[in-house]
Design a protein around this ligand. Structure first.
Ligand code: F6R
Length: 242
């Protein structure tokens, strides 16, 4: 399903769906597993979820979250880490128990990376899989940090970041050379196994790659194109893609 609206309205609608899912599960003493993205795209959504908590009493005590990715080499409290981003933009503003929050660590020794990534996958499985996944898209065509060439069978792993991705992050890090070269990302298989996906892309910079992802052939060169095969993805944009 493709929906065109402005970013704020999309945020309200997606937050409403998430809130309904949370409340429905709370009625039956069940939890909800959310897959979360960072970056500028989901900020309005996180603001709305925080508002629903503060103003309307929505509780996140039965929610588990798994973030898509983290830069390798950054400590959790680094101001540009995705850990810090999530704390500032969402977790510090809601009542989610700290032990329910999972974000890949950027600090794993190379020797333990494989086990660590398999453990991340297993934790998602143990909680029943991702119920609702939030996604943005990078100009390289990535979702999470699954850069061009990522296969649909990929799981959580360490990846090399595309130059376009590092270029787009260079203002955050004070120059291209300061941007981490690698990251840990949830895999394509992990993402595509989510029950429901909200894909968001806003602004002119995302228009071309989004059109290529959804209007052209499915290819590993544009990992987001694999979402065409996902049964329950809602594409939320503020531009036409047909
Ligand atoms: C971030 C992530 C990335 C971003 C994408 C868009 O956790 O997984 O795929 O969603 O790079 O970033 P923004 O929203 O900053 O344009």
């Amino acid at each position: 399903m493709i929906l065109k609206d402005d970013k704020e309205n999309h945020a309200k609608k997606i937050a409403k769906c998430i809130a309904e899912e949370i409340k429905l599960r709370q009625k039956f003493d069940q939890h909800l597993v959310l897959g979360l993205a960072t970056g500028s795209t989901p900020i309005s959504l996180y603001n709305e979820l925080a508002r629903l908590h503060v103003e309307e009493g929505l509780s996140f005590r039965d929610v588990f979250t798994f973030n898509l990715d983290e830069y390798c080499g950054l400590e959790d409290n680094h101001p540009k880490s995705y850990h810090d981003f999530m704390n500032v933009n969402l977790f510090n503003r809601i009542d989610i128990p700290r032990e329910n929050i999972f974000i890949p660590s950027g600090q794993i020794e190379p020797l333990f990376e494989r086990d660590y990534c398999e453990g991340y996958e297993q934790t998602i499985k143990d909680l029943g899989g991702i119920d609702v996944q939030i996604l943005g898209i990078g100009r390289s065509g990535h979702i999470g940090f699954n850069e061009p060439g990522s296969s649909v069978d990929s799981i959580t792993r360490k990846v090399k970041l595309h130059d376009i991705t590092r270029t787009d992050a260079s203002s955050d890090f004070g120059g291209f050379d300061n941007v981490p070269t690698h990251a840990i990302t949830m895999g394509m298989k992990t993402i595509l196994s989510a029950n429901r996906i909200f894909f968001m892309a806003f602004g002119e910079a995302k228009q071309e790659i989004t059109k290529r992802a959804f209007c052209e052939e499915i290819t590993d060169d544009i990992p987001a194109s694999h979402l065409q095969r996902h049964k329950k993805t809602t594409i939320c944009t503020d531009f036409d893609i047909t």
